[in-house]
Design a binder for this molecule. Structure first.
Ligand code: DOR
Ligand code: ZN
Ligand code: ZN
Length: 444
């Protein structure tokens, strides 16, 4: 027989190790992993000259915007950024305009995305006001729910503990995960009120408001909800050592929780925040060097479940302003996440197998993407080809994202995604998008 595509001369991360082999791809799936003489004939062959092949990165925390926020990012620019960063599946956050919060808004968002994406996309929904709507949202194709404990996004008031518990219970019945922006809303609002009363609107006021206590209290509440409901609770962007310890203790107790860390909190600290200014403003904010070291060592030890980008694009003018309370928080990350982690591997701080675990395998397991996350026969051919030796410098003006600025500007990298395949098709080649919009599928 003859297959669609053969990738030869590769070093493939498969069966938990790197093997020298080739890959045969047929109908968007991995047909065979074997040494070249044992691969079937194919209409097309690509020689990878000994480069590494990983399962495509699955980024479970992405704000793609579009709709009324398309001036910040849209499905095409955001998924082009994903492809450029080696990301083959993004899970889209619900804090949009309109908010993704019921079956109608989800359907509308899916319709707009359909035919526009370069990589695969799955959707979050916020919780609706009516608990009965949760099942309809799941039936419509949402792969997870997202709740901000800090403020109301969607129909559910996060301060209404009875309603929030009910929503978690309902989600548990549907066997879907809930991702939590874990900051305690009451304490946060109280901190902000006091700071504003004292006329504080400088950069340092932000981490004072979004303090470690705010995070730890939010995480404790998320864990409590996981325990009461049995819903798999995924704690987004853990930023402090204390926050992480709280999650790790809950995991030891056998609760259904997982944790995520972003490259922002792994590689940037308050030192960068004051040097770079509001471009580095993100929520939760950048923390102390000792928090950064704690997160890095936890990652190295395999204690972190997921690394996700929290890609949060804004217009440049929204990132500038004289008062910190008027500046939009968020950092774009789709095009820098894998390079930063590869550079970390090159420095000897992270193994390739942990990188693949936190960026492909675990995200696939937690979010139930059964056909993805591993290079294995019969899995979907979502792949990233990596040049681990390539040295280069981050230049945001080359981003495919609409947000062409980054706190990582000028950082020297060693390691780069050079080709991305989605459903067996080459979508990115050496930084260029070579596929048509619509190559990505909606994963329901
Ligand atoms: O910095 C952030 N930006 N944190 C969030 O929780 C939301 C995000 C956004 O959507 O811009
Ligand atoms: Zn968040
Ligand atoms: Zn986010």
């Amino acid at each position: 027989m003859s297959v669609d595509l053969v990738l030869k001369n590769a070093k493939i991360f498969a069966f938990s190790r790197i093997i020298e082999a080739g890959l045969a791809i047929e109908d968007g799936k991995i047909f065979k992993i074997a040494k070249e003489p044992n691969l079937p004939k194919s209409s097309e062959k690509i020689d990878l000259n000994g480069l590494l092949v990983f399962p495509g990165i699955i980024d479970v925390h992405v704000h793609l915007r579009d709709q009324e926020l398309s001036y910040k990012e849209d499905f095409l620019s955001g998924t082009s950024a994903a492809a450029n960063g080696g990301v083959t599946l993004v899970v889209d956050m619900p804090n949009n305009k309109p908010t993704t919060m019921d079956s109608a808004t989800l359907r509308e968002r899916m319709n707009i995305a359909s035919g526009k994406t370069i990589v695969n996309i799955a959707f979050y929904s916020a919780f609706p006001a009516d608990i009965g709507e949760i099942k309809r949202i799941a039936d419509e194709g949402a792969r997870a729910f997202k709740i901000f404990l800090s403020h109301k996004v969607g129909g559910l008031d996060p301060n209404d503990d009875v309603a929030v518990t009910e929503a978690f219970m309902e989600t548990s019945k549907l066997n879907l995960p809930v991702s939590v922006h874990a900051e305690d809303g009451m304490l946060l609002q109280e901190n902000i009120r006091k700071l504003r009363l004292n006329k504080r609107d400088d950069l340092d006021a932000y981490p004072e408001a979004h303090s470690q206590e705010v995070e730890v209290k939010g995480i404790s509440r998320a864990i409590n909800l996981a325990g009461k409901s049995g819903a798999h609770t995924h704690v987004c962007h853990v930023s402090t050592a204390e926050g992480l310890k709280t999650v790790l203790n809950a995991k030891k107790d056998g609760l259904p929780v997982s944790c995520e860390v972003t490259p922002n909190h792994l590689f940037l600290s308050v030192r960068h925040a004051s040097k770079i200014g509001s471009i580095a403003l993100t929520n939760p904010p950048l923390r102390s060097q000792s928090d950064v070291s704690y997160l890095q060592s936890a990652l190295e030890k395999g204690l972190i479940d997921v690394v996700a980008s929290d890609h949060a694009p804004h217009a440049l003018k929204e990132k500038e302003g004289s008062s910190i309370w008027d500046i939009s928080a968020g950092i774009v990350g789709l095009e820098t996440m894998l390079p930063l982690l590869l550079t970390h591997v090159n420095r000897g701080y992270l193994s390739v197998s942990t990188l693949v675990k936190v960026m492909a395998e675990k995200p696939a397991e937690i979010f139930g993407f059964k056909d993805r996350g591993y290079i294995k026969e019969d899995k979907c051919a979502d792949l990233v080809v990596v040049d681990l030796k390539k040295e280069w410098v981050i230049n945001p003006s080359e981003f495919h994202s609409k947000a062409k600025f980054s706190p990582f500007e000028g950082w020297r990298m060693k390691g780069k995604p050079v080709k991305t395949f989605v459903n067996g098709l080459l979508v990115m080649d050496d930084g260029e998008i070579v596929a048509k919009p619509g190559t990505g599928r909606i994963i329901m």
